[in-house]
Design a protein. Structure first.
Length: 210
């Protein structure tokens, strides 16, 4: 499996493209800069077979309308977030004025998700949002953690639907993955679970209070 990380949008959201077959790629968290994504895909001969959101915040979905106009593919998001993701409340004035339209090809992100020759386990990790998920690719030793777990930090819980105690429980679940798991968060640098277990104060607190 090949993957590429592209920071997009005003908040440098990590959009991740993954593929085994270039014409059947995963597109995870396309938060903005649709033209840059199109240019990258054209250079690499990539076309998406599906779009997956780790959660529904506007900075992770901002390029959706433009992408679906070019590539009308299925969109996967956890149902708990789908309830509000496409409503006007999901906006940040000055950055994201309105959310994308609710796509007709909306699918539930749960259990095992497989397409394009790639399979991931969808791990429910609520706390940052009610429907936050992480995507674990066990064969590649890779976790896309969205805004649940960052290098040295975690996603904020002071936004609507956030809950600190729930996030701590989600972190305890992630701590059970193999220590050498490579983690690509929703923002910021790549890390490993071992590094976070040794130095992330939020993960340390979650495990201490288990």
């Amino acid at each position: 499996m090949t993957y590429e990380i592209m920071p997009v949008g005003p908040f440098d959201t990590n959009c991740i493209l993954l593929w085994e077959k270039p014409c059947e790629a995963w597109l995870v968290d396309p938060g903005g800069d649709a033209e840059a994504l199109f240019n990258f895909m054209a250079r690499r001969g990539i076309q998406p077979a599906g779009i997956v959101f780790t959660h529904g915040h506007c900075d992770h979905i901002g390029a959706l309308d433009a992408i679906l106009e070019a590539y009308p593919v299925p969109v996967h998001v956890c149902g708990a977030d789908a309830k509000w993701t496409f409503l006007p409340v999901n906006s940040i004035p000055g950055y994201y004025s309105a959310p994308p339209s609710r796509p007709a090809t909306l699918a539930e992100a749960s259990g095992e998700l497989a397409f394009g020759g790639i399979a991931a386990r969808v791990l429910p990790t609520p706390g940052h949002t009610p429907g936050s998920v992480c995507l674990w690719f066990p064969n590649a030793g890779l976790l896309l953690s969205g805004d649940t777990l960052f290098a040295g930090s975690v996603g904020r819980t002071d936004l609507p639907g956030g809950d600190t105690a729930t996030l701590m429980e989600s972190l305890r679940g992630l701590a059970k993955l193999p220590a050498d798991t490579v983690i690509i968060p929703g923002h910021g640098p790549t890390t490993t679970l071992r590094e976070e277990m040794e130095s992330n104060p939020y993960l340390e607190e979650a495990l201490r209070n288990a």
